[in-house]
Design a protein around this ligand. Structure first.
Ligand SMILES: Nc1ncnc2c1ncn2[C@@H]1O[C@H](COP(=O)(O)OP(=O)(O)OP(=O)(O)O)[C@@H](O)[C@H]1O
Ligand SMILES: [Mg+2]
Length: 114
């Protein structure tokens, strides 16, 4: 099982939700987060010096999938829906996940996410 975490532009929320449902992703967690990438939010000149003003609001998607095939499909869908080509489009992380337990049935592993 693989966990995919995508941190993207707020205004892409609906597009990404739609792209994920087209792919057939079952479960998703979405949160509002703050963050910065290599531009550190945005910079402004203050008395001639560039300073770091703030972190920017972003949306985080968390999705657990059962295989590398699903990982690929899911990441491709997010990348395409999140893309504008400008700095700040976001990042997508994926990593191995140890286990899942569905509370209602006590099912574990891939059965619990399908
Ligand atoms: N190395 C990182 N670790 C954790 N979160 C990160 C990291 N890089 C980016 N993020 C998160 O992703 C969000 C979007 O990052 P962003 O798209 O600005 O990345 P970037 O590396 O600066 O690429 P770009 O040059 O396209 O802006 C950040 O606000 C932050 O929440
Ligand atoms: Mg950036």
């Amino acid at each position: 099982m693989i966990k995919i975490e995508a941190i993207v532009r707020e205004e892409k929320l609906e597009d990404i939700k739609e792209a994920l449902s087209k792919v057939g992703v079952n479960g998703v967690t979405v949160s509002q987060v703050m963050g910065c990438g290599k531009q550190k939010g945005y910079k402004e000149l203050v008395r001639g010096t560039e300073v770091n003003i703030t972190m920017l609001p972003k949306i985080k998607f968390e999705i657990i999938v059962s295989s590398e095939e699903w990982e690929e499909k899911t990441i491709r869908a997010i990348q395409e829906a999140a893309y504008t080509g400008k700095p700040g489009d976001g990042k997508i992380f994926s990593y191995d996940l140890r286990n899942v337990l569905r509370v209602r049935t006590k099912e574990t592993g891939t059965i619990a996410i399908n």
